[in-house]
Design a protein around this ligand. Structure first.
Ligand SMILES: [Zn+2]
Length: 56
C-alpha cells in the first residue's frame, strides 16, 4: 500500500491537443470517447478483448 512517487514520469504527452494511439502511434482516427486514446484500427482489434464487441 506504499505509494512511491519518487520516480519522475518519463512518458508524458506533449500536449493536450496531441493524442496518439498508444498502440500503433498514429494520430489519425483516435478514439477518445472512452478515454482509450487508441485509433480505430487498434480499437477493432483490442475492442473485443476489453469488452466492446462492436463499435459504431
Ligand atoms: Zn492504433
Amino acid at each position: 500500500m506504499n505509494k512511491t512517487s519518487k520516480r519522475p514520469i518519463e512518458v508524458r504527452y506533449r500536449g493536450k491537443g496531441v493524442r496518439k494511439c498508444k498502440i500503433c502511434g498514429t494520430s489519425r482516427g483516435i478514439i477518445r470517447k472512452y478515454n482509450l486514446n487508441i485509433c480505430r484500427r487498434c480499437f477493432r482489434e483490442i475492442g473485443e478483448s476489453i469488452g466492446f464487441k462492436k463499435f459504431g
